[in-house]
Design a protein around this ligand. Structure first.
Ligand SMILES: [Zn+2]
Length: 377
């Protein structure tokens, strides 16, 4: 991961880069901060920087063999420890699953990781056998890079076993860097904390979080701003809300488009009443979601299925791309934008959505005739 791919956190990135440039980076780092602030991403970026063959002043080169392997999480000199299930299992036994989790999102939390492990109700831990294996791994020479790096994610789960690592953290083998990651330093043994250099990450500021949602998830500006505000600096939460919302709104949108297409006025009226009852913010949220869908529909018609869409979104696109011709998408976009404008001015939502349903019916059915502009209901 490159530093520039870590969302926000500019002062923390600069602090690490300065220390690297001055050769003052402490051998034991402790990255603390709230969930979704990017501790693991920052650790991945630092690890890549340390194994990069051609590091630049502001980032890894991104193209050398070291960077290529680090980006795939397969660099032999970047080691990982994290909570696992079962006293006989080592992290090296579940690296494939760990890499899958990182590829999906390095902003994962413990709940996400337990789902990857199919944990059910079983407890995960970083147990003594794993700590002994950490010491073994770090005693080996670096395979390819100048440095070896060990990232211990969710270091809180070390518990008292952390004592086994005290000597290693205090006096690691030459050219070795250990990065511990925890939400709060208070949840670690004080004897460990005192041997580390701490880097505190803050929640990501809302504009930066909104921009990241737009860039990484194809989320519209209005929707991303609402999600960023609700997530309070937690990218993991914002991302999860985006997917949950997408799942729920996809069903609502599919029903509505079907009623409009069939010209089922009774169903359209009932649907409009239900939307009215959801309240203004949800209504605006739904229109923003539908605007995102329309943009995806355009992309889909022009470029085919996009990798960042999930199965629900792709099924919905396939279905409606066959019914809504490309030349109507601009008109649909204009209708939705007007609706958003009227919703912000407190128009009666039931009337607005019913009127919009009638307009949508014309759009979905009319192949050639132009559609009148939507008038204020
Ligand atoms: Zn590189």
């Amino acid at each position: 991961m490159l530093f520039k791919e870590v969302i926000g956190q500019a002062p923390a990135k600069q602090e690490l880069l300065n220390k690297c440039a001055q050769d003052h980076l402490g051998h034991a780092q402790l990255f603390c901060g709230p969930e979704g602030s990017g501790k693991l991403s920052m650790a991945l970026a630092l690890a890549q920087y340390l194994v990069c063959e051609n590091p630049q002043a502001s980032d890894s080169c991104g193209t050398c063999a070291g960077c290529t392997k680090a980006q795939k999480h397969i660099h032999p000199d970047i080691h990982f420890s994290f909570p696992i299930i079962g006293n006989d299992v080592l992290c090296s036994d579940v690296l494939k699953t760990w890499r899958e989790a990182l590829h999906q999102s390095p902003y994962l939390n413990m709940e996400d990781w337990l789902q990857f492990l199919k944990a059910d109700n079983r407890q995960a831990n970083i147990h003594k056998k794993e700590c002994v294996d950490i010491i073994r791994k770090l005693s080996l020479k670096a395979y390819e890079a100048r440095h070896k790096v060990l990232i211990i994610w969710q270091a809180e789960y070390l518990g008292k076993e952390g004592n086994v690592l005290l000597k290693t953290i205090e006096e690691p083998t030459p050219n070795t860097f250990i990065i511990l990651i925890a939400q709060q330093s208070g949840s670690l043994l004080p004897t460990i904390v005192s041997r580390t250099h701490q880097l505190l990450l803050k929640p990501i500021d809302s504009p930066t979080l909104a921009a990241a949602l737009q860039e990484k998830l194809t989320c519209s500006p209005s929707r991303s701003e609402a999600l960023a505000w609700q997530a309070k600096g937690n990218f993991r939460k914002a991302r999860q809300m985006f997917f949950d919302e997408t799942e729920a709104w996809s069903k609502v949108l599919d029903d509505w488009l079907s009623f409009c297409y069939q010209h089922n006025l009774a169903a359209c009226l009932q649907w409009s009443s239900q939307m009215h009852a959801r309240g203004r913010e949800k209504q605006k949220n739904f229109v923003s979601f539908t605007l995102d869908f329309v943009q995806s529909l355009l992309n889909y018609q022009m470029l085919g299925a996009q990798a960042r869409l999930n199965n629900t979104q792709i099924e919905l696109l396939k279905k409606w791309a066959n019914i809504l011709p490309l030349q109507r998408i601009g008109q649909l976009n204009a209708l939705l934008n007007k609706s958003f404008f009227y919703l912000e001015r407190n128009i009666h939502a039931k009337i607005l959505f019913f009127n919009l349903s009638l307009q949508l019916h014309k759009l979905l059915q009319t192949k050639h005739k132009s559609v009148e502009n939507m008038s204020q209901p």
